[in-house]
Design a protein around this ligand. Structure first.
Ligand code: RP5
Length: 178
């Protein structure tokens, strides 16, 4: 009998050409990476999600990365855990910006994922986010900020989100009182 934790339901992507590709090394990463998908959906930004493993499906990874730009993607978010070579290998095969999300591993709490993603040797860049769901969320946020450079609608939504976030704190700045 499987003891795998329940996974969140898939998040429908808004209609249109996917601008952001979210890839992950395993189905088990979805519990983390769904935070990125949800934020993109909240901003009405079309995305696609795929399980693409660097070591279990290397040919699939190369195909995905090599064709990503031609397929209309602008940014790739890649999440993986353990010896997490997915973001770096993906970045080596595409000119698109790749944002790496270290998934929290069971043995080393994500330190292994973080170090293996962040320590890219000079010459191939991966923007590395925090371990876990905060990293996945912020990867989507960074992608949104990049897209906002050339899209006024997205920039306006971003301004509104940040303003709301600020007002939420200012409305209740006392710890323990909501
Ligand atoms: C990595 O191995 C994946 O990114 C995942 O975080 C980790 C464990 O994968 P599963 O054993 O859960 O498939 O490739």
């Amino acid at each position: 009998m499987s003891t795998a934790a329940a996974q969140p339901a898939p998040i429908p992507s808004p209609d249109g050409q996917a601008k952001v590709g979210i890839i992950m090394g395993s189905q088990s990463d979805w519990a983390t990476m769904s935070a990125a998908a949800q934020l993109l959906a909240d901003f009405d930004i079309a995305f696609e999600c795929e399980v693409v493993s660097a070591h279990r499906t290397p040919d699939r990874l190369f195909d995905y990365a090599k064709s990503a730009k031609g397929n209309g993607l602008q940014i790739i978010i890649a999440g993986a855990g353990g010896a997490a070579h997915l973001p770096g290998m993906c970045a080596s095969q595409t000119p698109l910006p790749v944002l790496g999300v270290p998934v929290k591993s069971s043995m080393l709490s994500g330190w292994d994922s973080l170090l293996s993603i962040v320590q890219m040797p000079k010459g191939v860049a991966v923007g590395t986010l925090a371990i876990g769901t905060a990293g996945a969320y912020n990867a989507a946020l960074l992608a949104i900020q990049m897209l906002a450079l050339h899209d006024e609608d997205i920039a306006t939504k971003l301004d509104t989100m940040r303003q709301t976030q600020t007002e939420t704190i200012l409305a209740s700045p006392t710890p323990g009182i909501i």
